[in-house]
Design a protein around this ligand. Structure first.
Ligand code: GLN
Length: 196
């Protein structure tokens, strides 16, 4: 069975496990670096990116996570996880994993809209997808290899670059598992091609 880890240092990781399992893969909470070796793909959940980074450093995850992505293993960053994947964060020189060619802005929808739900059309994946945004970032700029999969109010909220997927919202908080299922498919494809 395809094994998908969910980084379990902080944030909404348990709900992701439920969504991964509903999509037909095995979900594993990842708390130690050694667990990465055994995985076909990884989800970095929402939470607080600065807190998650502190814990990534504390448990020596930074280089192993970069290595995981560079091997071509799929990573799905959601909300704070998207910020961790980005190569650039607006207003700061800080970069965390820097794996994906996107520039993001934190808390970008503004205080008056701390959280909201909306229906998104996701290119090639789903129409009328119920997306939950919580103090959400969005993507300001994408590199040439990045495919924009969804926007909300003209802001990019979901993008894919080969084996990397990033969204500004929380796909694990509803019973609509179509986006997680898309990631599971990406992982199954990569598993086949990495094995051959
Ligand atoms: N605002 C958070 C951050 O900057 C992200 C919010 C979330 O993951 N729900 O890390």
């Amino acid at each position: 069975m395809t094994k998908i880890g969910v980084l379990g240092l902080q944030g909404a990781f348990r709900e992701h496990i439920r969504s991964v399992e509903a999509s037909g893969a095995e979900g594993i909470i990842v708390k130690r670096v050694e667990q990465l070796d055994d995985l076909d793909g990884l989800i970095i959940p929402g939470g607080e990116s600065t807190t998650m980074r502190r814990l990534i450093d504390k448990y020596n995850f930074l280089e192993p996570l970069r290595e995981f992505g560079k091997q071509g293993k799929p990573i799905f960053g959601t909300c704070a996880g998207m910020i961790l994947l980005a190569s650039e964060i607006a207003g700061t020189d800080n970069v965390h994993l820097g794996l994906m060619d996107i520039k993001v802005e934190r808390n970008a929808f503004g205080r008056q809209r701390e959280s909201f739900e909306t229906d998104l059309d996701i290119k090639g994946v789903a129409e009328g997808y119920n997306a939950v945004f919580i103090r959400a970032p969005y993507i300001l700029e994408v590199g040439p290899e990045v495919d924009v999969l969804a926007t909300h109010q003209d802001k990019i909220v979901l993008a894919q670059q080969g084996h990397l997927l990033a969204c500004a919202f929380h796909p694990e908080l509803t019973d609509d598992h179509r986006l997680t299922a898309h990631f599971v498919e990406m992982v199954e494809e990569s598993r086949k091609s990495l094995a051959s």
